[in-house]
Design a protein around this ligand. Structure first.
Ligand code: SAH
Length: 239
């Protein structure tokens, strides 16, 4: 990690609210129609000689395209059209009180990154294919230097959590529940593009609150924390 010095860093977000603080901080400018006719959106700028890209999944019917399919499409486009040295999947997540997580905590991803809602068989390699076990860069040192926690991202297509999902999350040590990380990690792994996830906690899956309500209550706090974390990560790579 010590000599990893990415020059072109692409932050990938699912939701506009998550991306807005970073776009504003670096005065990133939208490159209109860069991915047309597809929905993802590109914002671009630079900071101390490094190129910064912020890519959003885009919207349909006025709603942010959250989830695995948009994330997969966006990652393919990002790598083929921008070819960044590092993808940072920045966003929000659910986490578990039982692991000591609190609302607003910022985490960097640990490998492996998994899916928790793909049940396609238990033998012949199908279990592994479903779960994923995708790599990401070792962010242990960065997290230590910057004062972030580290955790395993676990991804599914739903905001709520079915009992079967929880069983897979527990079995595979999932700690940060989201709807994009593993989809992005899959495509990044195919191209060997270095990936890191930075996630801030909007809701506690075992906290007894209604997830959507808690998510909305904490979205702006968590998005702001993600922005601060992204700035620290940029500065870390400038050292
Ligand atoms: N109904 C919500 C939709 C947000 S989906 C709304 O009105 O805005 C939640 C987004 O935040 C996804 O992009 C996902 O990656 C992340 N997320 C936050 N908490 C999550 C959780 N508990 N489970 C899954 N994804 C979560």
């Amino acid at each position: 990690m010590n000599n990893f010095n990415p020059q072109r860093i692409c932050f990938m977000f699912a939701m506009h609210a998550e991306a807005a603080p970073l776009i504003e901080k670096y005065s990133l400018e939208e490159v209109a129609d860069f991915f047309a006719p597809l929905p993802p959106k590109l914002f671009k700028g630079s900071h101390n000689g490094k190129e910064i890209f912020a890519v959003l999944n885009g919207q349909q019917n006025g709603l942010d395209l959250v989830g695995c399919e948009p994330a997969t499409l966006t990652t393919q486009l990002v790598i083929s059209k921008i070819n960044p040295d590092l993808i940072v999947n920045a966003g929000t997540c659910g986490a578990f009180k039982a692991n000591g997580s609190e609302i607003g905590d910022v985490y960097l991803s640990k490998a492996p990154i998994n899916f928790h809602d793909r049940r396609v068989g238990d033998s012949g390699g199908w279990y592994e294919m479903g779960v994923g076990f995708y790599p990401c860069i070792d962010a242990t040192e960065i997290a230590k230097d910057l004062g972030f926690k580290t955790g395993h991202c676990t991804t599914g297509s739903s905001l709520d959590m079915a009992d079967e999902d929880l069983a897979l999350i527990k079995k595979n040590g999932g700690e940060l529940k989201d709807m994009e990380a593993a989809a992005i990690a899959w495509v990044a792994s195919l191209y060997n593009t270095p990936l890191m996830c930075v996630k801030s906690v909007t809701d506690l899956c075992d906290g007894g609150r209604a997830t959507e309500e808690e998510f909305h209550e904490n979205l702006s706090l968590a998005s702001n924390n993600v922005k601060d974390a992204c700035i620290k990560i940029m500065d870390y790579f400038l050292k």
